[in-house]
Design a protein around this ligand. Sequence first.
Ligand SMILES: Nc1ncnc2c1ncn2[C@@H]1O[C@H](COP(=O)(O)OP(=O)(O)O)[C@@H](O)[C@H]1O
Ligand SMILES: [Mg+2]
Length: 225
Amino acid sequence: MANVIEARDLRKVYKMGEVEVEALRGVSFEIKRGEVVAIMGPSGSGKSTLMNTLGCLDRPTSGEYVLDDEPVASLTDDQLADIRNRKVGFVFQSFNLLSRQTAITNVELPLRYSGKSSGRRQRAMDALKAVGLEDRMTHRPTELSGGQQQRVAIARAIVNNPAIIMADEPTGNLDSKVGREIMNLLLNLNKESGTTLIIVTHDPTIAEQTQRVIRLRDGLLDGAQ
Ligand SMILES: Nc1ncnc2c1ncn2[C@@H]1O[C@H](COP(=O)(O)OP(=O)(O)O)[C@@H](O)[C@H]1O
Ligand SMILES: [Mg+2]
């Protein structure tokens, strides 16, 4: 199977005045299309930095990163934003929905950014249907439970049919039963559409449900991948 992600010797240095922090110190791995992977590691080990890099929110200081056949490490900010919008769907611990907008408008956002106007509403409706929220399309986030809000966020993540979904502690703000439902939904979407799923988590029960765990320690891969 083809690789959807190829990371070669990724390094990230944060400069704060005189002080330099090496958050990633040479990280290399591949992720195949359709894989479900967990990223784990202690606090401060570089998980968020790696996720920001893989999700094209930030660039590595050095190294190579190929996402869905596009080399992204040396792109301009605009090119990076474009790739991110087309190829990555994000799911966050705190949902990150626009609170004054309805579910359907939230889900349409990535389509607006990518300038797709035809069929926008229909695609957003289809995405909400795929997460079981067809009867909540005009609700605002405050009118939805935490689990329902995360479903809206997942609909928003899949509406552009991205190459990868990056989920950062997607069940961290949910009770365990709803958390299991959200995890099952993500795994089902992966099964049905083959979208690669990368989950940052410190929850071993979530990691157990993935096919592979990438472990970080002090900015390096920890053990065999
Ligand atoms: N924007 C930043 N500026 C300076 N240092 C940072 C920044 N983001 C992260 N770091 C540092 O980089 C290291 C890795 O952080 P991070 O990727 O957030 O780890 P994790 O998500 O595993 O907790 C830590 O030492 C952290 O303090
Ligand atoms: Mg973090």
